[in-house]
Design a protein around this ligand. Sequence first.
Ligand SMILES: Cc1cc2nc3c(=O)[nH]c(=O)nc-3n(C[C@H](O)[C@H](O)[C@H](O)COP(=O)(O)OP(=O)(O)OC[C@H]3O[C@@H](n4cnc5c(N)ncnc54)[C@H](O)[C@@H]3O)c2cc1C
Length: 160
Amino acid sequence: MARYHMNKKEREIHDRAELVRILRDGEYMSIALCRNNEPYIVTMNYGYDEARNTLYSHAALQGLKLDFIAVNPHVCASVIIDEGYVKNDCKHHYSSVVIWGAMAVIQDLEEKKLAMDVLLRELEENPAPLKKRFIKDDSSYDGVTMLKLEVRDMTGKASH
Ligand SMILES: Cc1cc2nc3c(=O)[nH]c(=O)nc-3n(C[C@H](O)[C@H](O)[C@H](O)COP(=O)(O)OP(=O)(O)OC[C@H]3O[C@@H](n4cnc5c(N)ncnc54)[C@H](O)[C@@H]3O)c2cc1C
């Protein structure tokens, strides 16, 4: 896809480490999906694994977003660190990343485990008790859909 230049160049984030920081600090993403020219947007928590450049999420076994992904895995997602609207200044402070990539349901059990570990590690301060509560054994993974969003490209922008 052709890339547009950012209008406010001074706000563009070029530093890869800063893009990674936003993805690590962010807690949820809004994902734009498309099926047969019909759009759908859905918000999900995620955990970002820098080494794999992949965002992992969990979901129920069925639902509209899964139907969309099955037809068209190509998605665009946005992560925002919202630093608040500045009253009387007509400004909003933020850091955000826009991602393009492919989203898929993870089928392999070991990969599902890895995805869950990344998700809990990134969202929770102490994931062990939570994991113990919800994951009794391997069969617990049968009751959850684990999704991966492999990042193909991303851009960042900040207004401080
Ligand atoms: C901050 C945040 C974090 C979330 N984290 C997760 C997560 O990690 N995993 C997860 O599975 N879900 C998460 N959700 C809920 C998610 O947004 C969806 O509601 C959920 O995933 C069901 O999506 P679905 O496509 O399967 O919808 P379905 O249950 O199939 O329902 C589809 C219908 O419900 C409507 N709908 C679905 N979601 C919403 C919504 N959020 N608001 C208004 N209408 C809606 C759709 O427009 C559609 O008409 C989160 C929501 C928020 C706001």
